[in-house]
Design a binder for this molecule. Structure first.
Ligand code: 3AM
Length: 179
């Protein structure tokens, strides 16, 4: 199964994130129920490895924190491939990411060394789907977006099933943070 860990936005924040999608082409928009802030992507794991991962994630000790969501952005430079809502600077979020990645390594899951770039994916772009000017206008329109403080009291393990139209994310487990 394909697994990843993420923070689930509260419903009211999901509503505001969906509002940011207004005016974007309709293909590959992240659906309301799929909106998430990824902590780590673990890839395809067999049942035994997934059990080890679940046990290791259950052992993560990290404090609760609050997050802000701030502005929008695009990955991919001159050929944007993903539009996202940004996350305010948060040492606690990076700390949690580090703990989760280390737990995964302890469970024998290979983790990429690349730097963690917190974001909430709003839309994936096909090459040429949006002209540069339209992307720039969307970025300018979302620049003032702000939400928070949003309390983060747990993180979750999701199974991702790739579909022809959109992936389905099922929550597998929830891990509380320390008060
Ligand atoms: O929506 P975001 O970007 O936060 O990009 C995928 C998505 O995160 C990411 O895992 C989340 C659930 O699918 N993802 C999928 N395949 C990936 C891969 N091969 C990946 N991240 C890194 N490497």
């Amino acid at each position: 199964m394909r697994l990843f860990a993420a923070i689930a936005p509260p419903d009211k924040l999901r509503d505001r994130l969906v509002a940011l999608q207004a005016g974007l082409p309709s293909g590959r928009l992240t659906a309301w129920e799929n909106l998430h802030l990824s902590l780590a992507f673990f890839g395809e794991l067999d049942g035994a490895r997934a059990e080890d991962l679940h046990a290791a994630l259950g052992g993560v000790r990290a404090p609760e924190f609050d997050l802000t969501f701030d502005g929008v952005g695009a990955f991919g430079g001159a050929r944007p491939r993903l539009l996202y809502a940004g996350v305010g600077a948060s040492p606690a979020l990076f700390h949690l990411h580090d703990r989760v990645a280390q737990a995964a390594r302890d469970a024998g899951v290979a983790m990429p060394a690349e730097r963690y770039a917190p974001h909430v994916t709003l839309k994936r772009l096909k090459p040429g789907e949006m002209p540069a000017g339209r992307v720039a206008r969307w970025l300018a329109g979302g620049a003032g977006f702000f939400a928070g403080p949003v309390p983060v009291r747990d993180f979750r393990l999701y199974r991702s099933t790739l579909g022809r139209v959109a992936p389905v994310y099922d929550e597998v487990a929830r891990y509380g943070l320390a008060a």
